[in-house]
Ligand binder design. Structure first.
Ligand code: PGA
Length: 252
C-alpha cells in the first residue's frame, strides 16, 4: 500500500495568536494518526517557528508554502531552504497555482526550486493542474502531462522517492467545486502512467499523488478511496482543527 499524505495549505491566513489556537486544536484531535498516514501543516513563514515548537512530540509534520531556488543572496522578500529547515520544516509546497497565476512561476522555475529542495533534504509537494478553459477544451491531459514533465525534468530515481505531486484542477480551488472522484482518478492515473514512462515502474508505483481543490470532510473519503489518489492538499478546510483532523482520519 502507498503512503497517504494529507497536507494543509494555510495560504495567507493565521497570525501568531490564531496559529497557536489552531495548532492547540489539532494537537488534541490528532494525538495519533494511522501508521501509513502523514499529516502536514503549511502555515505562513511568520508562524513556522511557533508551529515547530507547538508540534514537537506530535505526529503532525511541518511544511512551508514556497521557497526560492538559491541558497542565499540579495533576493528581497524571499526565503531559502536553509531558513525553512532551521525553522523546522520537512516539506515545502512548490508551484501552487496561485504562485503560477499571481507571481508568474513557470515549470522551469518550479523545477529549479524542486531540485534545490531535494539536494538539501526538503521534501517537495509539487502542484500541477488545468484551468477551467483547458478542461472545457479537452486538453487537461496534455496540459497536466507537460507540467509534470517540466517540473520533474532532470530528477533522479532517488529524488523521486521523496517527491509528492499534488493534482489541483484550478477550477476546483477555493470554489466549492470538487472534481468528481472519477475525474480526479482519471488525471491521477495519467500522471502515474507518465511518471512510469519517465522513470522505472517502481518509482511510479510508489509515488504519492495528492488531490487538491475543495477537499472537505464530507468528500474526502470518497476521493481518497480512488486507486491513484494517495492524499490531499487542503486549503479552506484546513483552517479549522476539526475539519482538517477529520480529513486526516478519512484516509483509506
Ligand atoms: P481549497 O484549496 O481546498 O480551498 O480548494 C486547495 C489548495 O489551493 O491547495
Amino acid at each position: 500500500m502507498r503512503n497517504v499524505i494529507i497536507a494543509g495549505n494555510w495560504k495567507m491566513y493565521k497570525d501568531l495568536r490564531e496559529t497557536a489556537e489552531l495548532l492547540d486544536g489539532l494537537k488534541s484531535l490528532l494525538k495519533s494518526v494511522k501508521p501509513h498516514v502523514t499529516a502536514v501543516v503549511c502555515p505562513p513563514y511568520t508562524s513556522l517557528a511557533l508551529a515547530a515548537e507547538k508540534l514537537r512530540g506530535t505526529p503532525v509534520r511541518l511544511g512551508a508554502q514556497n521557497m526560492w531556488h538559491q541558497d542565499e543572496g540579495a533576493f528581497t522578500g524571499e526565503i531559502s531552504w536553509k531558513m525553512l529547515k532551521s525553522a523546522g520544516c520537512e516539506y515545502v509546497i512548490l508551484g501552487h497555482s496561485e504562485r503560477r497565476q499571481y507571481f508568474g512561476e513557470t515549470d522551469e522555475l518550479i523545477n529549479a526550486k524542486a531540485r534545490k529542495a531535494l539536494v538539501n533534504g526538503l521534501l517537495p509537494i509539487i502542484c500541477v493542474g488545468e484551468t477551467l478553459a483547458q478542461r472545457e477544451k479537452g486538453v487537461t491531459s496534455q496540459v497536466v502531462s507537460a507540467q509534470v514533465k517540466g517540473v520533474l525534468a532532470g530528477l533522479t530515481e532517488t529524488d523521486m522517492a521523496k517527491v509528492v505531486i499534488a493534482y489541483e484542477p484550478i477550477w476546483a480551488i477555493g470554489t466549492g467545486k470538487t472534481a468528481t472522484p472519477a475525474q480526479a482518478q482519471e488525471v491521477h492515473h495519467t500522471i502515474r502512467q507518465l511518471v512510469g514512462e519517465m522513470f522505472p515502474t517502481h518509482v511510479a508505483d510508489q509515488l504519492v499523488i495528492q488531490y487538491g481543490g475543495s477537499v472537505k470532510p464530507d468528500n474526502a473519503a470518497e476521493l481518497l478511496a480512488q486507486n491513484d489518489i494517495d492524499g490531499a492538499l487542503v486549503g479552506g478546510a484546513c483552517l479549522k482543527a476539526d475539519s482538517f483532523a477529520s480529513i486526516v482520519n478519512a484516509s483509506k
